[in-house]
Design a protein around this ligand. Structure first.
Ligand SMILES: Nc1nc2c(ncn2[C@@H]2O[C@H](COP(=O)(O)OP(=O)(O)O)[C@@H](O)[C@H]2O)c(=O)[nH]1
Ligand SMILES: [Mg+2]
Length: 192
């Protein structure tokens, strides 16, 4: 199955834009309307020669504020369960919102690494505003602009650092397992 990175955050912060950038294809629907990506989307990305799965989580538009928040909290928990690491995305354009705080409360309880990722840091002014997100108390904070790709390299370096190297021999070829399967043929399924 390999390493899995989940992108979570309230609607419209730019999760699908980052997801598409990681996949280098426009798979997720990106839209100005909140909650366009309804379901989770799965893709495979690679960085520094390391492959990993990416989950783009959706937002929800139906229901009361209460239902909405519960659904988002549920999504976050599912993503956290499925993932090895989490990109928690927030928006430098809007600053910290109530929903960001709610999600942060869920994510602070996670034992998995969380990268607080402040998106839409398009320019220096935005960078100044974005520093308010340090107050959320996450150890790892990254400032990016998914639309242009600015800052995404540093984030991906940090993600890739968590992924173990695949074993290679001196010639760079994938190392084959150094054991043989012995026994009578066709006596049962191999468990290897
Ligand atoms: N200014 C700016 N807008 C962005 C950036 N990344 C995404 N957006 C815009 O934010 C809106 C929501 O993006 P989307 O990826 O659908 O957000 P999601 O709901 O979190 O998946 C779209 O209009 C994007 O073009 C960015 O780095 N800078
Ligand atoms: Mg989306």
């Amino acid at each position: 199955m390999g390493f899995t990175l989940a992108i979570v955050g309230r609607p419209n912060v730019g999760k699908s834009t980052l997801f598409n950038r990681l996949l280098e294809q426009r798979k997720a629907i990106v839209d100005d309307v909140s909650g366009v990506t309804r379901d989770r989307q799965y893709g495979i990305s690679d960085w520094n020669g390391k492959n990993f799965n990416v989950i783009d989580t959706g937002g929800f538009v139906h229901g009361s504020e209460d239902v909405f928040e519960k659904e988002i909290a549920k999504q976050v928990m599912i993503a956290v369960e499925e993932a090895d690491a989490i990109v928690f995305m927030v928006d430098a354009g809007t600053g910290i919102t109530h929903l960001d705080e709610e999600m942060a409360n869920v994510l602070r309880k996670s034992v998995k690494p969380v990268f607080l990722t402040v998106n839409k840091v398009d320019n220096n002014d935005r960078m100044l505003d974005a520093t308010e997100f340090y107050s959320m108390g996450f150890e790892q904070v990254y400032f990016i602009a998914s639309a242009s790709g600015s800052g995404t390299g540093e984030l991906l370096d940090a993600v890739a650092d968590l992924i173990p190297e695949e074993k290679k021999d001196e010639e760079g070829k994938d190392e084959l397992p150094k054991f043989a399967i012995i026994g009578q043929p066709n006596v049962g399924k191999s468990s290897c």
